[in-house]
Design a protein around this ligand. Structure first.
Ligand SMILES: C[S@@+](CC[C@H](N)C(=O)[O-])C[C@H]1O[C@@H](n2cnc3c(N)ncnc32)[C@H](O)[C@@H]1O
Length: 263
């Protein structure tokens, strides 16, 4: 498998960036909202049961995927996790039945104590922030029951390709294309469906584009602070290379998968 880790990921910066963006994230993250809806649909289309025993969702953020799952599936118990402790607010957005069955656990999913025998592990738009995905996926799979389900989305290597081409350091550490996922998963996890579906947003100016990134917290690994001159030269370079019809395109490259533990 190709090397998927950059030399360094500052998780404190990722946490600060998502914490700062938490208030604005829900409304601004239109692409992630659509991904969450498609991921829950994919799980349903693959024949997942209407009711699960115990469920873990990691990187829950403001609950785009949580709500999509709860609209389609029931659960006896639901653990919601996020790196950002303030994401515990998501519990307040659930109806009283779901809230009573749910608890929030803060911290990096890589080292969170987990119950064994989970029936479903789900996560949308989060794994790209985690270096060493094969190790994480092996650990998570160990906590799934045989026959347990996984519903996951990340982003492929064309994620924010315009920013990468212009030398931005905002990239997350683990972008994987659909054809790279099988090598990142343990052998006892069978992929039922995997889809890579790029989406292009358009912005009127570099300022609008950067504001979108800040509101969604997705530039968590980037240096902060731009001078007016830096902004102008960034906008000029962006327009020259990628501008179309007066707009600045920004590519999202979601990869969605549904899988089951076989053994
Ligand atoms: C782009 S948001 C996605 C939120 C939500 N799942 C959605 O679909 O809208 C990514 C979330 O992952 C969280 N996150 C990043 N690294 C994490 C880690 N190592 N463990 C748990 N959560 C993490 C961030 O705090 C953020 O809330």
């Amino acid at each position: 498998m190709k090397d998927i880790q950059p030399p360094h990921l500052d998780q404190t910066r990722v946490r600060q960036s998502f914490r700062r963006g938490l208030e604005s994230y829900h409304g601004a993250a239109s692409v992630q909202a659509e991904i969450a809806s498609q991921l829950a649909q994919m799980l349903q289309a693959q024949g997942a049961p209407r009711h699960f025993g115990s469920v873990l969702e990691f990187g829950c953020g403001t609950g785009h995927l949580t709500r999509q799952l709860l609209q389609r599936f029931g659960a006896d118990s639901l653990i919601l996790n996020d790196l950002v402790p303030e994401a515990a607010q998501v519990l307040r957005t659930l109806d009283s039945t779901a809230a009573a069955q749910s608890r929030f656990a803060a911290g990096p999913i890589e080292c969170l104590p987990l119950p064994h025998q989970l029936d479903l592990i789900a996560s949308a738009s989060t794994v790209q922030w985690i270096p060493g995905l094969p190790a994480l996926m092996a650990r998570l799979t160990n906590h799934l029951k045989p026959g347990g389900w996984l519903a996951l989305s990340g982003f492929g290597r064309s994620q924010f390709r315009e920013l990468a081409a212009l030398g931005s350091d905002a990239a997350a550490p683990s972008y994987l294309d659909a054809d790279e996922w099988p090598a990142a998963l343990p052998e006892d996890l069978e992929i039922l469906q995997i889809e890579q579906r790029p989406v292009v947003l358009e912005f009127d100016s570099a300022l609008h584009l950067l504001r979108h990134l800040r509101r969604t917290g997705v530039n968590g690994n980037a240096q902060q602070g731009w001078s007016r001159r830096q902004l102008r030269s960034f906008e000029d370079a962006y327009r020259e290379r990628f501008g179309r019809g007066g707009k600045l395109p920004l590519t999202y490259d979601p990869v969605l998968l549904a899988a089951r533990r076989t053994g």
